[in-house]
Design a protein around this ligand. Structure first.
Ligand SMILES: C[S@@+](CC[C@H](N)C(=O)[O-])C[C@H]1O[C@@H](n2cnc3c(N)ncnc32)[C@H](O)[C@@H]1O
Length: 277
């Protein structure tokens, strides 16, 4: 008997293949088939009897997802803020909570009429690109310690028309940035070395983007110290949900004019804005 390769049959097969690895197997099956067909998800619902071409390629996508590979690496892009960003293995998939960091940074850029900032750990370019799009006069120096994020961020910045605003630099923190800037923004690695992570994160996302040290907040503290020593007035950072107390204690030790912590949409502590002077 010939195999049923209709949209409806393939969705049913994919849903059962994804049952163990995905929280929403039906939804993810639809996303992958829509991607394979180059159509919207609604198309699948309206055309359940249509025959799908190149079924082997679709099955390969589902098999990758069933092995916990993140959807974004499989399709090569992630939606973030109001754009789609190219991502690839070696580059962190931008997270929705980082949109909140951007909004806090944007408020200060606007109210203080800031024209120059630096970002530490550019990744896909998510933060720098959105800020550049919001503020066309803003100049950004964005660093990363790894090559792959710098390559992907350059491609994303070019495609989204902001490469003239963003200078990408390979650097440990701000070591290669001699210019003074008015603000530093960062979503650095802040997870503890021995933290238990979900398989899709632990097996696929870059270690350099995840782990901030033995405790997790080591790089955050180093950034706070370095930004103060440079004489930069503002610092906006994302952090782990359990890092408010140690960061507050460290900030008290270092001495700052003010620190404001913010929460994410789940109500968890997620970041801070420091005014040093
Ligand atoms: C959590 S990811 C954030 C990526 C992106 N900014 C975002 O929010 O999606 C952290 C990034 O910092 C980079 N990184 C790690 N250690 C660094 C260091 N010492 N100096 C500069 N970049 C670093 C990693 O390679 C990674 O791209």
């Amino acid at each position: 008997m010939q195999k049923d390769t209709s949209i409806g049959a393939l969705l049913k097969w994919a849903k059962s293949a994804l049952q163990q690895s995905c929280e929403r197997p039906q939804f993810e099956a639809e996303l992958l088939l829509a991607h394979h067909l180059g159509k919207e998800r609604t198309y699948l619902i309206l055309h359940p009897d249509e025959t799908v071409a190149d079924v082997a390629a679709f099955e390969a996508l589902v098999t990758r997802r069933a092995k916990h590979e993140p959807y974004e690496y499989i399709v090569g892009e992630a939606s973030f803020y109001d754009v789609h960003l190219k991502v690839a293995e070696g580059v962190l998939i931008p997270r929705p909570e980082t949109e909140i960091l951007i909004d806090h940074a944007a408020k200060i850029i606007e109210s203080e009429k800031i024209t120059s900032i630096a970002e530490i750990g550019v990744g896909s370019g998510a933060i720098s690109i959105i800020l550049a799009r919001k503020f066309p006069y803003l100049h950004i120096i964005a660093t990363d310690i790894c090559d792959m994020p710098l390559k992907i961020a350059a491609q994303n910045a070019k495609r989204l028309g902001v490469s003239h605003q963003i200078e990408l630099r390979k650097s440990n923190l701000l070591d290669e940035v001699s210019q003074s800037v008015e603000m530093v923004v960062s979503n650095p690695p802040y997870i503890a070395q021995n933290a238990l992570l979900e398989a899709n994160v632990a097996h696929y996302e870059p270690k350099e983007a995840l782990f901030g040290g033995r405790v997790g907040d080591e790089l955050l503290k180093q950034i706070i110290l370095e930004v103060k020593q440079r004489g930069t007035k503002w610092l906006a950072c994302e952090m782990g949900y359990d890092q408010k107390a140690p960061i507050q204690a460290f900030v008290n030790e270092v001495g700052v004019k003010s620190v404001t912590f913010y929460k994410d949409l789940a109500g968890l502590d997620r970041g801070f804005v420091i005014a040093f002077f």
